[in-house]
Write a protein that binds this ligand. Structure first.
Ligand code: ADP
Ligand code: ADP
Length: 237
């Protein structure tokens, strides 16, 4: 469902962040990207949703080359990609429920509905997700009144309510304590599995990656240097 071929990224200034990355992801394949700081992990994930423009190469997501989409096509495509970030990227002044609904409705429709009324079926769906994530008691709290772990769970709900084909996850646990990090990694991988999603999870914690994913990609200097199961990684290191 995702096929990346010969992907290069050179940042203005000459940093070569990606030097010919090839990667295929099947439906239901939950993959962690590991590697030292500066290896190109974030750049890879950001090229897929085009927060960063690749210099060369193809990113085919369900038969369409991401790099060739116009603005409107890209917007539609991004609605099929759930994104989860290290710093949550929630709207602080909005409630938990409102943040999740913003993932469902998109920016313009969200504010239009916010002024009047949200569709009941979207509210029901958001409620179900929030309940599954253990946030039912926090639904009407402002998101800036939550702990880090709770905020990230709101981030997960906001990504999943889009009903995405692909989950892009950039350092989801980097701002969290070890116990919360483990809980978040477990929730992301469990819920991706339940929905048969492909997921690309950029994570620097190798132990967490090993524990929760079936496939690990190792990056160094903008290249993939390992691609295998957690067991194979144990043999190599
Ligand atoms: P990782 O996520 O593995 O830490 P990154 O993708 O963030 O790696 O970075 C890869 C390389 O690209 C590094 O050398 C980094 O300095 C460089 N880089 C990342 N973002 C930018 C940017 N916005 N401008 C210039 N260089 C960048
Ligand atoms: P979690 O269950 O996500 O691990 P914590 O144990 O960190 O949550 O937090 C416990 C309680 O403290 C939560 O109910 C949360 O609402 C509250 N809390 C944590 N951090 C903050 C904060 N920065 N502002 C307001 N309340 C907070």
């Amino acid at each position: 469902m995702l096929k990346i071929s010969n992907l290069h990224k050179e940042y203005p200034g000459g940093d070569l962040a990606l030097r010919g990355v090839n990667l295929e992801l099947k439906k239901g394949e939950i993959t962690a990207v590991i590697g030292p700081s500066g290896a190109g992990k974030s750049t890879l994930i950001r090229c897929v949703n085009r927060l960063v423009e690749a210099t060369e190469g193809e990113i085919i997501l369900q038969d369409q080359d991401i790099n060739k989409l116009n603005k409107k096509e890209l917007k539609n495509k991004r609605r099929k990609m759930g994104m989860i970030f290290q710093e949550y990227a929630l709207v602080e002044r909005l409630t938990v429920m409102e943040n999740v609904l913003s993932g469902r409705l998109g920016y313009v429709s969200f504010w239009r509905a916010w002024l009047r009324k949200f569709p009941q079926k979207d509210i029901n769906q958001a409620y179900q997700l929030l309940e599954r994530l253990g946030l039912q008691e926090h639904i009407n709290k402002r998101s800036d009144h939550l702990s880090g772990g709770q905020r990230q769970r709101v981030g997960i709900a906001r990504a999943l309510i889009q009903d995405p084909d692909l989950l892009l996850v950039d350092e989801p646990t980097a701002s969290l304590d070890p116990k919360t990090a483990r809980q978040i990694m477990r929730l992301i991988t469990e819920m991706a599995k339940e929905r048969n999603l492909a997921a690309l999870i950029n994570i620097h914690d190798v132990l967490l990656a090993r524990e929760y994913v079936s496939r690990i990609i190792g990056m160094r200097n903008g290249e993939i240097v390992f691609d295998g199961s957690p067991l194979e990684l144990n043999k190599d290191t």
